[in-house]
Ligand binder design. Structure first.
Ligand SMILES: Nc1ncnc2c1ncn2[C@@H]1O[C@H](COP(=O)(O)OP(=O)(O)OP(=O)(O)O)[C@@H](O)[C@H]1O
Ligand SMILES: [Mg+2]
Length: 384
């Protein structure tokens, strides 16, 4: 199996088929004949990103995503992966390919990086002499992915003129090189990714509705990191281990208050930001310990000027701090009817923990029995 990222070949020396703790290393070699065709604007970071040694799916949300990947992998269906920047869309696409049993390559193309003038030839190939500079006949990315998976990253950036051509290739399962007449049959699984709101782009006339429906046969939503807090510490220790090994240093200890700060932060840049924060923390740590001050977050926590660490140090109840940070995440995710849900949670938990005893529940909450009865009725725990 060969794995390419635009002008580069990445040859796996092991296979990534176990999600947690698997270990596979990648060797990077240049593919000279194609590096002239496409140069990725951010090639270095992408090379790093595909060299992840393990995948962490610890949170229940991530495990559910992994289950979906396993379920959809063997099918031929086109998949649309949706998620904010840095959430792991490409990693999910690669895993989908690995688990698909398809023997061809995984070929990743960043649609936003396709040059305006050559994009069609890059995707679909061209005949010699079909345009100025086309000295040789060349296969496009679709043909390179034959028998495998074509990953169309940032699909929302694909120019409208190409969208219609892409739709035709996907529908007819064949490609006609620029300047040629004979179609070439294809067996390519298309996986597209976006961090844009594609329905809004369709609404605004920037994305073709027919292509959207064609791509969206199966949708995989990759949740933001803040919505899968169970992944934060396992990912942090994974990156810490990875960078410590790379630097040849002993893996430092992460203080509990540092862990709190990691859990409490909102992670607008998601896993990529976590990786950078952990890497930088390792570089600035002293005496084998990572302290909160080693964490350099890109964004300030949105709703507070008192970080959890300060509050904990000042003697606040850590239980409340955990609730406070969970609440912030819920506020950021704009969970609907939040107040009502929280009230229901308090009442139900209290009532259950006191063995459905009204007097004890009222006492636990520090409210009158009448008030408690009103709440119990409101949330359907006693009949009114
Ligand atoms: N579950 C995971 N376990 C371990 N590392 C991960 C996981 N998910 C993502 N990463 C790492 O996080 C970084 C970002 O992942 P990836 O490039 O797949 O995100 P993306 O959603 O494609 O981002 P963008 O929208 O910016 O292109 C990479 O270094 C990747 O290896
Ligand atoms: Mg990506």
């Amino acid at each position: 199996m060969q794995d390419r990222y635009l002008g580069m070949n990445l040859k796996p020396t092991g296979v990534a088929d176990t999600p947690v703790g698997d270990s596979h290393s990648w060797q990077l070699t240049m593919r000279p004949e194609s590096s002239a065709v496409l140069v990725h604007p951010n090639a270095q970071s992408n090379v790093l990103s595909v060299r992840a040694k393990a995948m962490i799916f610890a949170d229940a949300q991530s495990q559910a995503l992994l289950d979906q990947v396993e379920r959809f992998a063997p099918s031929e269906a086109t998949v649309l992966i949706i998620g904010e920047t840095g959430t792991g869309k490409e990693l999910v696409a690669r895993h989908l390919h690995t688990r698909s049993g398809r023997r061809g390559d995984f070929v990743a193309v960043t649609c936003g990086a396709l040059s305006q003038t050559l994009a069609e030839a890059e995707l679909f190939g061209h005949q010699a002499g079909s345009f100025t500079g086309a000295t040789q006949t060349r296969a496009g990315w679709f043909e390179s992915a034959n028998g495998g998976t074509l990953f169309l990253d940032e699909i929302g950036d694909l120019p409208l003129a190409l969208q219609v051509k892409l739709l035709r290739v996907i529908q007819e399962r064949e490609v006609v090189r620029v300047g040629a007449r004979t179609p070439i049959p294809l067996d390519v699984r298309v996986v597209a990714a976006t961090n844009l709101d594609l329905p809004a782009a369709v609404e605004a006339g920037r994305f073709r509705a027919d292509l959207y429906y064609r791509l969206n046969v199966v949708t995989l939503q990759v949740p933001p990191l803040a919505e899968r807090p169970g992944d934060i510490l396992p990912l942090a220790s994974h990156f810490l281990r990875m960078y410590s090994e790379r630097l040849g240093v002993q893996q430092p200890e992460v203080l509990p208050e540092t862990q709190d700060a990691l859990l409490y932060y909102s992670w607008p840049g998601n896993i990529r930001e976590l990786e950078n924060v952990v890497h930088a923390a390792l570089l600035t740590s002293r005496n084998g310990v990572i302290r909160p001050e080693n964490l350099r977050f890109a964004a300030m926590p949105p709703t507070t000027s008192t970080p959890v660490v300060a509050a904990t140090a000042a003697g606040a109840d850590p239980g409340f701090e955990a609730i406070r940070s969970a609440l912030r995440r819920l506020l950021e995710s704009q969970s609907p009817e939040l107040y009502d849900k929280l009230e229901a949670l308090i009442v139900k938990e209290t009532f259950a923990s006191s063995g459905d005893n009204q007097v004890r529940s009222a006492k636990l909450l520090g409210i009158s029995r009448n008030n408690l009865r009103t709440l119990l009725k409101r949330h359907g725990l006693i009949s009114g």
